[in-house]
Design a protein around this ligand. Structure first.
Ligand code: CP
Ligand code: NVA
Length: 323
C-alpha cells in the first residue's frame, strides 16, 4: 500500500515537472489532490518557521496586463519563501506593451527564467505564450480562466470540511473566469456545483460540456440555473464574484441591474446548509454581489481563502519548477 502511494507520488511529480498550468483541466483529479496535500505541508512548514527553500536559484517572471493585489504578492512571496526570486514585469514597461510579439517575448524569456506567470485578457494569448516558450507557464488569470485561484479555493474548502467529494458548492452571478475554473475544479474533485446566473451570462458552453463529461466519472452534478433559490438549496459552500470583471468596466452600471437578483445576502444564505462557508476570490464590492453582513459575517472565510493563494501556489511552483 505504502509502496503504491509512493509510486503514485513519484509518477505525479514526474508528470507535472515542467508542465504549463493554464486551466484546471491541465491537472488530473489525483494531481489536484496531491497538490493540495503538498500545499498543506508547505503551509505547516511556513507556520512553524521551518525553512523549505526548494527552488533556490530559480526565477519566476510575472507578466501583468491587468491589476492585481493577491496574485502578484502571493506569487512573489511564494518564490521568496521557496528560496527563489520573482520579477514583476508590467506589460506597460516591457516591449510586449509596445507591440513585440507574444512568441518573441516567450522565446526570449525562456532563456532567462525558470517559469512565467501571466495575467492577461484573451486566453489565446497565454496559449500562444505557452506554445512558444520552453519553460512552465502559469495562468494568473485570463478572461476565461483563473485556475490558481481555484487551487486555493479547494484547499480552503478542504480545510473547513475535511473532504471535497460529495459536497455541494453554489455560485451566484456572472459565468466568468472564476466560475469557469470552479466548474472545472468541482467536476475534477467530485464536488456538486450549482451556478445561478442571469440569462445571457451563463458559463461557456464548451467548458460546461467538458466538465459534465468529467463529472460523470467523478460522480458530481454540474447544474446551471437562473434561479438562485435552486442553487443555494443544501449548499455547503456559497461563492460569488464581481459582476463586472476587469476589462468590463464600461458595462458596470448595466450589469448592476441585471445581477441584482443574484446578490448573496442573508435572505439567500438562510436556505443553505447551516454550516455553509462563504467564499469570494476578492476584490469584492460590498452591497453589490454580496452584503457586508455576509462577507464580514461568521460564515465568511475570504481572508483564509486569500492566504491560501500563497500556499497552493507554492505547491504548484515547487512541483512545476523543481529541477
Ligand atoms: N483574487 C485575485 O486574483 O485577486 P487579485 O486580482 O488581487 O490578484
Ligand atoms: N472575475 C474577476 C476576478 C478578479 C480576481 C476579474 O476577472 O476581474
Amino acid at each position: 500500500m505504502m509502496q503504491s502511494l509512493q509510486f503514485k507520488e513519484k509518477n505525479i511529480k514526474a508528470n507535472l515537472k515542467g508542465k504549463d498550468f493554464l486551466t484546471i483541466n491541465d491537472l488530473s483529479s489525483d494531481e489536484i489532490m496531491y497538490l493540495l496535500t503538498v500545499a498543506e505541508e508547505l503551509k505547516q512548514l511556513q507556520k512553524q518557521g521551518i525553512p523549505h527553500e526548494e527552488l533556490k536559484g530559480k526565477v519566476l517572471g510575472m507578466i501583468f496586463e491587468k491589476s492585481s493585489t493577491r496574485t502578484r504578492v502571493s506569487f512573489e512571496v511564494a518564490m521568496l519563501q521557496l528560496g527563489g526570486h520573482a520579477l514583476f514585469l508590467s506589460s506597460k514597461d516591457i516591449q510586449l506593451g509596445r507591440g513585440e510579439t507574444v512568441e518573441d517575448t516567450a522565446n526570449v524569456l525562456s532563456g532567462y527564467l525558470d517559469g512565467v506567470m501571466i495575467r492577461t485578457f484573451g486566453h489565446d494569448t497565454i496559449e500562444r505564450f505557452a506554445n512558444a516558450s520552453s519553460i512552465p507557464v502559469i495562468n494568473g488569470l485570463t478572461d476565461l480562466h483563473h485556475p490558481a485561484q481555484i487551487l486555493a479555493d479547494l484547499l480552503t474548502i478542504l480545510e473547513h470540511k475535511g473532504y471535497l467529494k460529495g459536497l455541494k458548492a453554489a455560485y451566484f452571478g456572472d459565468g466568468n473566469n472564476v466560475a469557469h475554473s470552479l466548474i472545472e475544479g468541482a467536476a475534477k474533485v467530485g464536488m456538486h456545483f450549482s451556478i445561478a446566473c442571469p440569462e445571457g451570462y451563463e458559463p461557456d458552453e464548451s467548458i460546461l460540456t467538458k466538465a459534465k463529461e468529467i463529472a460523470k466519472e467523478t460522480g458530481s452534478i454540474i447544474e446551471v440555473t437562473t434561479n438562485p433559490v435552486i442553487a443555494v438549496n443544501e449548499a455547503d459552500v456559497i461563492i460569488t464574484d464581481v459582476w463586472a470583471s476587469m476589462g468590463q468596466e464600461e458595462e458596470q452600471e448595466e450589469r448592476k441591474g441585471v445581477f441584482e437578483p443574484y446578490q448573496v445576502n442573508e435572505e439567500l444564505c438562510i436556505k443553505a446548509n447551516e454550516k455553509y462557508i462563504f467564499m469570494h476570490c476578492l476584490p469584492a464590492h460590498r452591497g453589490e454581489e454580496v452584503t457586508t453582513g455576509i462577507i464580514d459575517g461568521p460564515h465568511s472565510v475570504v481572508y483564509q481563502e486569500a492566504e491560501n493563494r500563497l500556499h497552493a501556489q507554492k505547491a504548484l511552483l515547487k512541483i512545476l519548477l523543481k529541477s
